[in-house]
Write a protein that binds this ligand. Structure first.
Ligand code: PMP
Length: 362
């Protein structure tokens, strides 16, 4: 009987709750408003001719490289950051190699790492979800071939400093170190400038979050040109579709739209965090477009909270099953009216949940 290879049989199934997402979607860290109108206009102008041809990535790749102030040879457009992670696993990992990640973090590092036959070693974040640079460095051996760090991290919203990441890059010269900057627009600090001194450093970016194009699937992988030539060997020449490629130049041209959206989210993040402080609710200061907060002590508590929010038309994500996140939910922020709706619903939902848990609150 046909059986998947052993490394794939060991991969845990990952089914994010994507079905029936009607309401205010504060559950997947997407842009809550939508992409730039310039992108939509471009899509309406596409012709059959544009779709009949295989997509040609190079010109758009060069434009994105110019926008990021890096060379085209250092840049690869991918089918979302997810494909970038997959390609790094295909390029560098074999059976018996080690992948280092932190816990909790984004799920796909583990999934692709395991599928490639590697051992995934996960190092818990420190106190207050601090970045465990010393512990990570202690786990680096000659078998370590990939270290994947989301910065800011998902689901905690916490960050590692550039110095900590550089320390790690230097401590593991035989490993590809991926700094996944999916949320960089809400944070502002990047590792891109360090790529010339560190041949093993890779940076990933996405159009799925701040740019509001998660449905189009476009990511960017940036790294040393020689390493990138190896990554290109395992990448399909047609990995990013023509519709997505047509959208990207419009998206990067409309920086004022992006800046306005990011400004609105940062304001919303400030409002939510201030409210959480005043309400005495445990949360972690976030540098991303979401905040992780503790609404109880168990999965039952967080599930109750998610359901009560859903009944008010707001979707948020239960993160109780993540390491160290018992009773936690992650709430994505949207600007203006989206933040108003969230902050209107929260007090009564928290109150109802506290009553159900027998907790008294101010
Ligand atoms: N990296 C991180 C840290 C994420 O949180 C996500 C989305 N949840 C991704 C990558 C996936 O990005 P993309 O849509 O570009 O594949």
């Amino acid at each position: 009987m046909l059986s998947p290879k052993e490394s794939v049989r060991a991969v845990p199934a990952y089914h994010p709750p994507l079905a029936g997402r009607d309401g205010l979607r504060l559950d997947f860290n997407e842009n809550t408003v939508g992409c730039s109108p310039r992108v939509l206009e471009k899509l309406q102008r596409l012709t059959a001719d544009d779709l009949t041809k295989y997509p040609e990535r190079h010109a758009v790749e060069t434009a994105v490289a110019g926008f990021l102030k890096v060379k085209a040879a250092e840049t690869l457009l991918t089918n979302g950051v997810d494909e970038a992670i997959h390609l790094l696993c295909q390029t560098y990992l074999g059976p018996g190699d080690d992948v280092l990640i932190v816990a909790p973090t984004y799920s796909m590092y583990r999934i692709y790492g395991m599928a490639a036959g590697a051992n995934v070693i996960s190092v818990p974040l420190g106190k207050n979800f601090g970045f465990p640079v010393t512990e990570l460095k202690q786990r680096v051996t000659s078998r370590t071939r990939l270290i994947a760090i989301a910065n800011p991290n998902n689901p905690t919203g916490t960050v590692a400093t550039c110095d900590q990441l550089l320390e790690l890059v230097r401590a593991a010269p035989n490993a590809a170190v991926l700094v996944d900057e999916a949320y960089v627009e809400f944070y502002g600090q990047t590792m891109i400038e360090y790529r010339s001194d560190s041949a093993n450093l890779f940076v990933a970016r996405t159009f799925s979050k701040a740019y509001g194009m998660a449905g189009l699937r476009v990511g960017v992988l940036i790294g040393n040109p020689e390493q990138m030539s190896a990554v290109r060997l395992v990448c399909s020449p047609y990995n990013v579709n023509a519709v997505a490629l047509a959208s990207v130049p419009e998206a990067i041209r409309d920086q004022s739209y992006l800046a306005e959206y990011v400004g609105g989210v940062l304001e919303a993040r400030g409002r939510l965090q201030n409210w959480l402080v005043l309400s005495g609710i445990e949360f972690w200061r976030s540098e991303a477009n979401f905040v992780l907060l503790r609404v109880g002590s168990s999965k039952a508590d967080s599930a109750r909270f998610v359901e009560k929010m859903r009944l008010r038309g707001i979707l948020v994500r239960d993160r109780s099953s993540d390491h160290g996140c018992e009773g936690c939910v992650r709430i994505t922020l949207g600007p203006g009216e989206h933040a108003d709706r969230l902050l209107e619903a929260l007090p009564s939902v928290i109150e109802e949940c506290s009553i159900a848990q027998g907790v008294s609150r101010r």
